[in-house]
Ligand binder design. Structure first.
Ligand SMILES: [Zn+2]
Length: 277
């Protein structure tokens, strides 16, 4: 069974598509004879006991644990990526985020060591963020052959592995477009396909005053109840006013409502063991 539209992870859980995978086995091991219930709860947090194995072949659009917000940035790297990294590290505590990067989109030469981008890509990982794939050329994967899809994923993976030392397991299809054949091919590659739940549409508000339209949209669409809600948020690190205004406002609003800002992997119950191949 496959989905060509965006479904919340909860819906996928409900139809039993999950199979246990290796990274979560340690969570499932029994706790030896806890002396009391309080200690048992302490040793095995409810959020970890509930965390489902991550499915492939489906588009994941919400976190598996309430109270989490994953800020994600597509289409980089570009000239605003480094300022965004500096901004994210300036918050107290620093804000982890997820960067879905391209190989050739707003810039070419992401592996040109005489330019700034290899260092920026390495900063993403070394500063605690998650590096993820947005394909090599920002192609619409639904319109491609299997061979072309493999090329779009593996070409970027090869370069990132050489330049940064990691090969991302998480991918966001450009335009959120991945039809049944695309999902089947990505499943064959073992990658995890991520969509979004809140779209800031920052790309159409990239002006000093208009960006507040994206701030307002985020404030309207983000939940107000961290005990029951979560969000994967779509933004782009290729726009000046995203970095200069929107990100700071999103952090302020999300933390003000009691949400914890995390990477996409952590939002999906994967603390890092499954981020990369
Ligand atoms: Zn994109």
């Amino acid at each position: 069974m496959r989905w060509s539209t965006l479904l919340p992870v909860g819906a996928l859980v409900a139809v039993g598509q999950h199979q246990p995978t290796q990274p979560f086995l340690h969570i499932l091991q029994p706790i030896p004879s806890p002396p009391n219930q309080h200690q048992h709860q302490h040793l095995t947090p409810p959020s970890l006991r509930r965390a489902p194995p991550l499915p492939t072949g489906q588009i994941l659009t919400s976190c598996t644990t309430p109270g989490l917000v994953a800020l994600t940035f597509d289409d980089g790297p570009y000239i605003y990526t480094a300022p965004l990294l500096t901004l994210l590290s300036s918050f107290s505590p620093p804000v982890p985020a997820t960067f879905f990067v391209n190989g050739a989109n707003w810039v070419s030469g992401i592996d040109d060591e005489s330019g700034p981008y290899p260092g920026i890509l390495r900063r993403i990982v070394s500063e605690g963020h998650q590096l993820a794939s947005h394909t090599w050329s920002h192609a619409d994967l639904s319109g491609l052959s299997k061979e072309e899809r493999v090329e779009e994923v593996e070409k970027l993976g090869d370069v990132l592995e050489r330049v940064v030392g990691v090969r991302p397991r998480y991918i966001r299809p450009p335009y959120g477009s991945c039809d049944d054949g695309c999902l089947q091919d990505l499943e064959g590659m073992g990658v995890r396909v991520v969509g979004w739940g809140v779209d800031t549409r920052d790309w159409e508000n990239d002006e000093e005053t208009e960006i507040w339209g994206s701030v307002d949209k985020f404030e309207r669409e983000l939940g107000t109840d961290p005990a029951g809600e979560s969000a994967i948020v779509l933004g782009h690190d290729v726009h000046r006013w995203t970095v200069e205004v929107l990100v700071g406002e999103m952090v302020r609003v999300a933390r003000g409502r009691g949400f914890r800002l995390v990477t996409v992997g952590e939002c999906l119950g994967d603390g890092g063991e499954g981020w990369y191949f």
